[in-house]
Ligand binder design. Structure first.
Ligand code: ZN
Length: 287
C-alpha cells in the first residue's frame, strides 16, 4: 500500500503535469470503490466546470484543490488504497482496464483514477468541509512537517500498551506511515517492534521520531518503494525497495550485523526485525 513517500511522489508528478484547464465532464464506471464509511457519497459532479489550482497531500491522502465557477474552493480527495493510481492522458487515449473515474478537462487532457482491487477512493466536497470531516480531521501530525518530534509522539502514545509497530501505523499518532516505513524506522532506532509503547523513555521517543523522518526522506529521494503496483502519474516506479533494511527481508542477513532477520505476525500483519540490533531489552524503561 502506498505510504507517505509514494503518495508524495505522486503529488509531485501531478504538479509537474500542470493541469490548469477547467473540468468539462466526468465519467464514472459502474463499480463501487472503497466501501468503507465516509466514501460512499462521492459527489464528483460538484467538480463540473471547476478550475484546478494545486495538489496537496495529508498523510496518505492526495487533495486536489479547485475553484468552482463561482470561485468557491472545492477539493477532491483521493486515497490510493492498495492498487490505485492516477494518470494524466490525452482525451481519446484508450482507458486502462480498471479505470473508475475520468475527469475530462477543456485542454483535451483527462485525469484518470485506475484501481484494480478498488480499495482506493475518490470524493469531492467544498474545501473546508473536506478538511473538517473524517478521514482528514482525524489525522495526526505530518512527520516531515516542522512540529514533529519525540515529544509529540510521547504526548499521544507515551502511555499506550500497544506495540510500537502498531502505534506507528495509527494515523492519529502520525500521518502517512504504514508497515514498510514503520518497520524501517524501528530498525534504525534499534527498537523492538513488539515493545509496549509505554516502556519508552523520552530519549527513545526522540530517536524514533528522527528515524521516522529519515526513512521517509530516503523513500522520497528514491521516488518511493515499488513492491507491485505503485507508479507515479508519469508511470514511473520508485527504487526504494533496494534500500530497505528489514521490510520484506525475513530470513536474509541483517545489513548491519549479518544475523538472520526474523519475521513476526501481529494483529494479522507481518513484520521483520533483527534479533541482534533490535533485541528486546530486560530493563523496564527503554532509553
Ligand atoms: Zn542486525
Amino acid at each position: 500500500m502506498p505510504e507517505l513517500p509514494e503518495v508524495e511522489s505522486v503529488r509531485r508528478s501531478l504538479t509537474r503535469a500542470r493541469l490548469r484547464s477547467a473540468v468539462r465532464s466526468i465519467w464514472r464506471s459502474e463499480h463501487a470503490l472503497r466501501t468503507g464509511e465516509h466514501w460512499q457519497d462521492e459527489h464528483l459532479s460538484l467538480l463540473r466546470g471547476a478550475t484546478p489550482q494545486r495538489w496537496e497531500r495529508r498523510g496518505k491522502h492526495l487533495l486536489w484543490r479547485l475553484a468552482s465557477k463561482s470561485n468557491e474552493p472545492l477539493g477532491m480527495l483521493v486515497h490510493l488504497g492498495m492498487t490505485g493510481r492516477l494518470e494524466v492522458a490525452r482525451t481519446g487515449a484508450p482507458r486502462a482496464l480498471h479505470t473508475h473515474v475520468e475527469l475530462r478537462l477543456h485542454d483535451d487532457r483527462v485525469l484518470r483514477f485506475v484501481d484494480a482491487r478498488r480499495f482506493g477512493g475518490v470524493r469531492a466536497r467544498p474545501w473546508e468541509a473536506l478538511l473538517a470531516e473524517p478521514p482528514l480531521c482525524d489525522l495526526g501530525p505530518e512527520p516531515l512537517g516542522p512540529g514533529f518530534d519525540g515529544a509529540c509522539l510521547y504526548r499521544v502514545a507515551g502511555h499506550s500498551r500497544r506495540a510500537l509497530r502498531d502505534v506507528l501505523l495509527d494515523q492519529r499518532v502520525v500521518a502517512g506511515v504504514g508497515n514498510i516505513y514503520a518497520l524501517e524506522a524501528l530498525f534504525l532506532a534499534r527498537l523492538h517492534p513488539l515493545l509496549p509503547a509505554q516502556r519508552l523513555a523520552a530519549s527513545a521517543w526522540d530517536r524514533l521520531a528522527v528515524a521516522v523522518r529519515q526513512v521517509l526522506e530516503q523513500g522520497l529521494r528514491n521516488g518511493g518503494t515499488t513492491l507491485r503496483d505503485y507508479r507515479d502519474a508519469d508511470g514511473n516506479a520508485g527504487s526504494n525497495q533496494q534500500a530497505l533494511w528489514v521490510y520484506g527481508r525475513a530470513g536474509q542477513p541483517c545489513r548491519v550485523c549479518g544475523a538472520a532477520l526474523q519475521g513476526f505476525v501481529l494483529g494479522g500483519r507481518g513484520g521483520v526485525l533483527c534479533p541482534v540490533d533490535q533485541r528486546r531489552p530486560r530493563s523496564r524503561r527503554v532509553s
